[in-house]
Design a protein around this ligand. Structure first.
Ligand code: COA
Ligand code: AMP
Length: 632
């Protein structure tokens, strides 16, 4: 580690975490209430599959709720539900939330859900989402939350993989411009899915109540009959949840999180990375369907005894670009965490920050941004407007908490625009060349992490250890491959430059171009297609489709394009945001038939890349260039 960081609390913690992981993580584990405290931290017996706290036993829900009530903090507000789309603000104390969760755990138990069973949760940003997640944790069931912006096909894929006994959903979600009928989407998903749950518990919302069938159970009715149930002690290594994320193919990867390592790492991260402690108000303006929502709306703030804000709205349009500042002022938020795209949306509508005026945001200490690359312009704008540190942090669904960040709770390090700062304890981040050798400072390469990964990171992919090893642990022996490219500077700061695979990042949402291509190629008139992620001023990246039609297609190109856009929306969901598809004569390829996606992307982004020597027919690219640049 570099000389300039060789002092201070951060460096001491980082060095200890790598030299003495046992001592470091057993110390951190003291902040968790265990039924059986762990005597050991790391279990390497199944390397390269590592486990943490093999002899520890606990319950995550107990640590998130009961523990605080029993510790005398039952009247502290645990959750504030702020919903501009329904004009509602409501709050739950730790005692109230514990009681609701215990009762819903009773509902699940009455439906036959026991330890190890899966429960799929397809809900908008309403308190029932948090209640359902914690109720699963309470009885040792494994939740799998599916983001509401995904359509029936994606939901069905996840249901088939996780095989839930029960699905918890709502009659509708509320987007600023429309109601999203969740229940019909769920019904459509179950029509497609091979696996069928025994029951669906449906939260009826008055904005659009759903028709219930025999398999469906009304949330309110079930709650009124259920008796509360207690926490079930589980092994630290038992799974807490499965969260699906996009890989390079259409098949989503079910990231598995354990109970013990997760609780220890998240609790540690709150005070040391985020500088947030018990009683603080923490707001992650994300969605419970993403990892940021799992970790920093639900688990980490509650494990820490914070008040967490659950916001059912957008940064703009509900009602305006002052929404973030209104919520911060109204609930005296201390830490705000969102994605750069949310700040860019605010900046676009209110470049002078006039809507900040009139809101007292003096409670706010830090703004954390993650989920995509933080462009220095956005960081600078937000910092100037708010007068507080704006902290980038780099991580993934797989890791569950920041890999690289500026640990403001230990000692805030100087900010370098374009860098998320330095590796967090337990993450031995290395930049490697194609032969697996570490590259020099300033040189780009594959960003990898030496095994073992710290507690809180994925333990495997759901039901498929072999897939986990093949996808992440095989490229370089002894390393986890992040899928991101980047470099370190001479001070050890890490600069993440973007994915090296076919994953794209749209408004902080991770999507697979492979999955989008699968949908396009399913259209009867499509002979060949490709999807690339191109730079977008608001969303960071947006997908663009390029399609070669089958000879003899009778429909007009306009008709086909409209159908393709609609098909993606219906199959993957509105969140895929594929708006532009171009019909082209041919796709540029190498002589071995590989589509030159990277070259296409670089040209679309305004670059003039060198053509690969393996290119088959350069004239194809010449013809395509104006289309890629939006000039044709
Ligand atoms: N349920 C149903 N539909 C949803 C949805 C949900 N939970 N979330 C988004 N959608 C829909 C939107 O309504 C939109 O539909 P449309 O095409 O009919 O307009 C579509 O999916 C795309 O949504 P989004 O990517 O959010 O774009 P947007 O233009 O509506 O809003 C931002 C842009 C920047 C305001 C928005 O992306 C945002 O708030 N981002 C915050 C970042 C974030 O939460 N990241 C998660 C990781 S931290
Ligand atoms: P997700 O799993 O949806 O959280 O997406 C993880 C991916 O988002 C990473 O692999 C990166 O490509 C990207 N990402 C997340 N945070 C950052 C960041 N701070 N800087 C650059 N890229 C980021």
């Amino acid at each position: 580690m570099p000389s300039t960081l060789d002092e201070g609390e951060y460096f001491a913690a980082y060095r200890r975490s790598l030299e003495d992981p046992e001592g470091f993580w057993l110390d951190a584990a003291r902040d968790i209430d265990w039924a059986t405290p762990p005597g050991r931290a790391l279990d390497s017996s199944r390397a390269p599959l590592y486990g943490w706290f093999p002899d520890g036993r606990l319950n995550t829900c107990h640590n998130a709720l009961d523990r605080h009530v029993e510790g005398g903090h039952g009247d502290r507000v645990a959750l504030v539900y702020d919903s501009p789309v329904t004009d509602t603000v409501a709050s739950y104390t730790y005692r109230e939330l514990r009681d609701e969760v215990a009762r819903f755990a009773g509902v699940l138990s009455d439906l036959g859900v026991t330890k190890g069973d899966r429960v799929a949760i397809y809900l908008p940003m309403i308190p029932e989402a948090v209640i359902a997640m914690l109720a699963c944790a309470r009885i040792g069931a494994v939740h799998s939350v599916v983001f509401g912006g995904f359509a029936a096909h994606e939901l069905a894929t996840r249901i088939d993989d996780a095989r839930p006994k029960v699905v918890v959903s709502a009659s509708c979600g509320i987007e600023p411009s429309r109601l999203v009928p969740y229940k019909p989407l769920l019904d459509a998903a179950l029509t497609r899915a091979h696996h069928q749950p025994d029951h669906c518990v449906i939260r009826q919302r008055r904005q659009l109540p759903a028709d219930l069938t025999e398999r469906d159970i009304d949330w309110d009715e079930a709650m009124s009959k259920a008796a509360p149930v207690d926490c079930v002690t589980v092994d630290a290594r038992d799974p807490l949840y499965v969260l699906y994320t996009s890989g390079t193919t259409g098949r989503p990867k079910g990231v598995v999180r354990d109970n013990g390592g997760h609780a220890v790492a998240l609790r540690w991260s709150m005070e040391n990375v985020f500088g947030a402690g018990p009683g603080d108000v923490f707001w992650a303006a994300s969605d419970v369907g993403w990892v940021v929502g799992h970790s920093y709306i639900v688990y980490a703030p509650l494990l820490t005894g914070c008040t967490t804000v659950l916001y059912e709205g957008k940064p703009v349009g509900t009602p305006d670009a002052g929404a973030l500042w209104r919520v911060v002022a109204q609930h005296r938020v201390n830490t705000l965490f969102t994605a750069p795209t949310a700040i860019r949306a605010v900046k676009r509508e209110d470049p002078e920050g006039t809507l900040l005026r009139g809101h007292d945001t003096s409670s706010l200490r830090h703004l954390f941004l993650a989920g995509e690359r933080l462009d220095p312009g956005t960081q600078h704008w937000a910092g100037g407007l708010l007068g507080i540190p704006v902290i980038d942090n780099w991580w993934q669904t797989e890791t569950g908490w920041p890999i690289v960040a500026n640990p403001v709770g230990l000692d805030p390090l100087p900010v370098k625009p374009g860098s998320a700062a330095v590796p967090m304890p337990g993450y031995d981040v290395r930049v490697l060349d194609t032969a697996g050798r570490e590259v020099d400072a300033g040189t780009d390469g594959a960003v990898a992490i030496r095994l073992p990964l710290p507690p809180g990171t994925l333990t495997s992919l759901w039901g498929d250890d072999e897939w986990y090893v093949r996808s992440y642990l095989s490229a370089y022996e002894g390393y986890y491959l992040s899928g991101d490219g980047g470099h370190k500077d001479a001070d050890g700061y890490v600069f993440i430059m973007g994915r090296t695979d076919d994953v794209i990042n749209v408004a902080g949402h991770r999507l697979s171009t492979g999955a989008l291509e699968e949908v396009l190629s399913g259209h009867p008139d499509v002979a060949e297609c490709t999807v690339v992620g191109v730079a977008d001023a608001l969303k960071g990246q947006v997908p663009r489709g390029f399609v070669v039609l089958k000879a003899g297609t009778v429909r007009s190109p306009e008709e086909v394009v409209a159908e393709l856009v609609a098909l993606v929306r219906e199959t993957i969901g509105p969140v895929a945001a594929l708006r532009r598809v171009d019909i082209v004569a041919a796709l540029p390829k190498t002589r071995s038939g590989k589509i030159l996606r990277r070259t296409m992307r670089e040209i679309a982004d305004g670059g003039d890349p060198e053509l690969p020597s393996t290119i088959d027919d350069p004239t194809v690219l010449d013809t395509l260039r104006p289309v890629l640049r939006g000039e044709a």
